[in-house]
Design a protein around this ligand. Sequence first.
Ligand SMILES: [Zn+2]
Length: 376
Amino acid sequence: MTERFSFRLDATDGRARTGAIDTPRGRIRTPAFMPVGTAATVKAMLPENVRATGADVLLGNTYHLMLRPTAERIDRLGGLHRFMNWDRPILTDSGGFQVMSLAGLRRLTEEGVTFKSHIDGSKHELTPERSMEIQRLLGSDIVMCFDECPALPADRDRIARSMRLSMRWAARSRAAFGDRPGHALFGIQQGGLEHDLRAESAEALREIGFEGYAVGGLAVGEGQEAMFGVLDFATDQLPENKPRYLMGVGKPDDIVGAVARGIDMMDCVLPSRSGRTGQVFTRHGQLNIKNARHMDDPRPLDEACSCPACRNYSRAYLHHVFRSQEIISSMLLTWHNLQFYQDLMAGMRAAIAEGRFAAWQSEFHAAREQGDIDPM
Ligand SMILES: [Zn+2]
């Protein structure tokens, strides 16, 4: 166990990298996928089961937790790790993005954002200083800078103004974070799809200095082609010897494309949320368990998968419990999707380490093009 936060690269293959982030709460193997535990739970999963899929780190949402049950209450109860029974690393977002997407009646000033809770309409304020305080009360291992992320499309002036505000907030976040050995503060690059604004943002962040750097402002509706277009240059604008985190991504092919462009960490609600709506990810793409073709099918979702849904249950059973709205349906499909995502990351880490990531990507795309197994 280390007392410090550190990152090391073990191998690169093209622009793809594999390595490890060490924290006092454990190692995060990279590239890493972080399941989202919005309200101090990865929905439908026990934390030990999330761990069993291979997850090294979870993401918690500052916005949700500050409103309910509140950061102060979680602090009194021993911090988020103890509260939710997850003793490994936790990354928390800053709350900024979700204020923009969920809260009502927002008012944005140089100081911060005031808004009304989407739960009970109560009034709250988030500033860089308050966001740092909340993330400290939660006990987060990796803290994100408070930033503003405009929805795309937005005009260049709006994106530039927002990015520069976020850079001033990044400096305030750094100052408010203080000296906390073993904990990390990540800066967030903004600048929309613009090369020069991304470069200006990266330069501002480097000057402040962070333990890691996120590519922010993507996965907000711009589409995969535009996102990859930005990652083609944005990751190289960030320091090579620090972890790079792409926020809120994504579908399996988004993740593979991001890793190919030098990303080390990602998070997304997709595998868990999809599990609750009957959408299943496999090597052969996506399937909908609700579809009648699965009704009499005794085969597993994916015979190569080691999760309980695939080892112990048929497509017919999973179809039945989904249609019957049984709770076990969400549990099993979420477990499978999280297992698929973690297996995907493990496969990429091994391929990068062995210098065969290009071949691995070809196999990944070929298996998806085959599509789901033929109906019985
Ligand atoms: Zn499975």
